[in-house]
Design a protein around this ligand. Structure first.
Ligand code: NDP
Length: 482
């Protein structure tokens, strides 16, 4: 372990929270129970103070600080990527290429959006009569609750638009992955963000629930499981909070007979094995047209066999361990179910990784199944690809949509009309043609059906962290009816 990581770990052990611009210890217990536990109360109070400063800060200045934070994340990329790998087990080649840079890209994008918080002139009475205008204003103190698969990226996706709009923010990382958000806090501070504008509260779901229930918090944005999303909606109801939910999925990836098969195989692998399958938008139901099924399977098995599993800190490694022993148990349970209901084509076992015998390893796994299989219906959140066959476009569309989830979908075809027809027919919030799982910050991201509510990213995120005020301007003395 290098010195900078050891130093960060030591600091976090003593000072896991970031409140009012300082790294501070929790309330004495590892996870304070419920509001108003000391740590949590202090974070809301600090955020309220931060909000009073930040909402008055000109958008151009907010933009400058967000851009400076992005620059610091890029400068600190090697250390932060190693920290993220240490926390999540994801291969360094991923955390170097995606996790930190996508967070920095997000901060840059919303820096540019800060000045777009404009209103509209609304004329309704002719040249000399009354008129109106709209103002777009922040919501107040907002809270973000993160999942463990992309800890830094999630913290940026939520905090960057919130801060661009002039809100203060409290972020609760998943308890499994508390580290990288603190590096984001440090970058914000070094970039000149006023104290209290961005805060971190560590803890488990109870801290999340306390934030959701807190009367002084105006909005909550969750990335997590559908069941947690339901609890958050219920918890937010009494105080009528704004809510954004980014939840789970069981997304279809459809390979037509005219597709570029090598590209489709690459897409299916990225859609199932990247981050060891721990990606919400994964295309875990891979529908392959019967006419190309044999060729597709042959190439998929050969390329999956060649994947390099090993030391996550080795930049050549493509597949790391799962995030925790608990999660490994869940994924292995599904693989066990799959063995009973589907045909195992590849993997299913525990790889032997020399020097890392105690890790949470699972092989990239491929099953051939039918739609009614449990592994084809439930989110596994591991490297488990389920192959399904089809021969007819209408049939595969109906089957792709026959799920309660609706996060993502992808099609591989060279037929332009078919590609766009499918885009219109698939019930999912984030879709791809001839690629998979590319999520640039410029495009909105979020789910249909039980995969979520609201959108992150793009200009839509600015709407999600602000509210509109309408102002009526009387130009002449009004004629009252009394
Ligand atoms: P969880 O829903 O278990 O946890 C998400 C966060 O919510 C964690 O910080 C957790 O705290 C917290 N939490 C748990 N219970 C409550 C509660 N009652 N009130 C408030 N907060 C609570 O999800 P995972 O961390 O297991 O992440 C995996 C899931 O996230 C998958 O379903 C995946 O599909 C989804 N996901 C969705 C994405 C999207 O953008 N749509 C992206 C990435 C993942 P703690 O864990 O500390 O107890």
């Amino acid at each position: 372990m290098d010195a900078s990581i050891a130093e960060t770990l030591a600091r976090i052990e003593k000072t896991g929270n970031f409140i009012g611009g300082r790294f501070v210890a929790g309330a004495g217990e590892p996870c304070p129970v419920v509001y108003p536990a000391t740590g949590e109360g202090a974070a809301v109070e600090a955020a309220r103070c931060g909000y009073e400063i930040w909402r008055r800060t000109p958008p151009a200045e907010r933009a400058r600080i967000l851009s400076a934070t992005a620059r610091l994340l890029r400068e600190r990329l090697p250390q932060i990527a190693r920290l993220e790998t240490l926390d999540t087990g994801k291969p360094l080649q991923e955390t170097l290429a995606v996790d930190v840079t996508s967070g920095a890209d997000c901060l840059d994008y919303f820096a540019a959006q800060a000045a777009t918080m404009t209103g509209e002139f609304v004329g309704f009475s002719g040249e000399e009569g009354d008129w109106g205008y709209t103002r777009r204003e922040p919501l107040g103190v907002c809270a973000g609750i993160g999942a463990w698969n992309y800890p830094l990226q999630i913290a940026c996706w939520k905090s960057a638009p919130a801060l661009a709009c002039g809100n203060a923010f409290i972020f609760k990382p998943a308890e499994t992955t508390p580290l990288s958000a603190l590096e984001l806090a440090r970058a914000f501070k070094d970039a000149g963000l006023p104290d209290g504008v961005f805060n971190i509260l560590q803890g488990d779901g109870r801290i999340g629930a306390a934030l959701v229930a807190h009367p002084d918090i105006a909005k909550v944005s969750l990335t997590g499981e559908t069941a947690t999303g339901v609890k958050i909606l219920q918890g937010a109801a009494p105080s009528l909070k704004h809510v954004t939910l980014e939840l789970g999925g069981k997304s279809p990836l459809i390979v037509f007979e005219d597709a570029d098969i090598d590209s489709a195989v690459g897409g299916a692998m990225v859609a199932n094995f990247y981050s060891t399958g721990q990606v919400c938008s994964n295309g875990t139901r891979v529908f392959v047209h019967d006419a190309v099924r044999e060729a597709f399977i042959e190439r998929l098995l050969a390329r999956t066999h060649a994947l390099k599993i090993g030391d996550p800190m080795d930049e050549a490694t493509q597949i790391g361990p799962l995030v925790s022993a608990e999660h490994l148990e869940k994924v292995n349970r599904y693989i066990g179910i799959g063995r009973g209901e589907a045909k195992l084509l590849h993997g299913g076992g525990t790889p032997r990784v020399s020097g890392f015998e105690g890790g949470y390893w699972v092989e990239p796994t491929i099953f051939a199944a039918t739609d009614d299989a449990i592994i084809a219906r439930e989110e596994i959140f591991g490297p488990v690809l389920t192959l399904l066959g089809f021969s007819d476009e209408d049939d595969v569309t109906a089957r792709a949509n026959a799920t309660g989830f609706g996060l993502s979908a992808g099609v591989y075809t060279r037929d332009l009309s078919r590609a766009h027809r499918m885009m219109a027919r698939l019930q999912a919030g984030s879709c791809w043609i001839n690629t998979y799982n590319i999520t640039p910050v410029e495009l909105p991201f979020g789910g249909y059906k039980r995969s979520g509510m609201g959108r992150e990213n793009g200009r839509w995120a600015m709407d999600a962290y602000s509210q509109v005020k309408s102002v009526y301007v009387a130009m002449n003395a009004p004629q009252y009816p009394y």
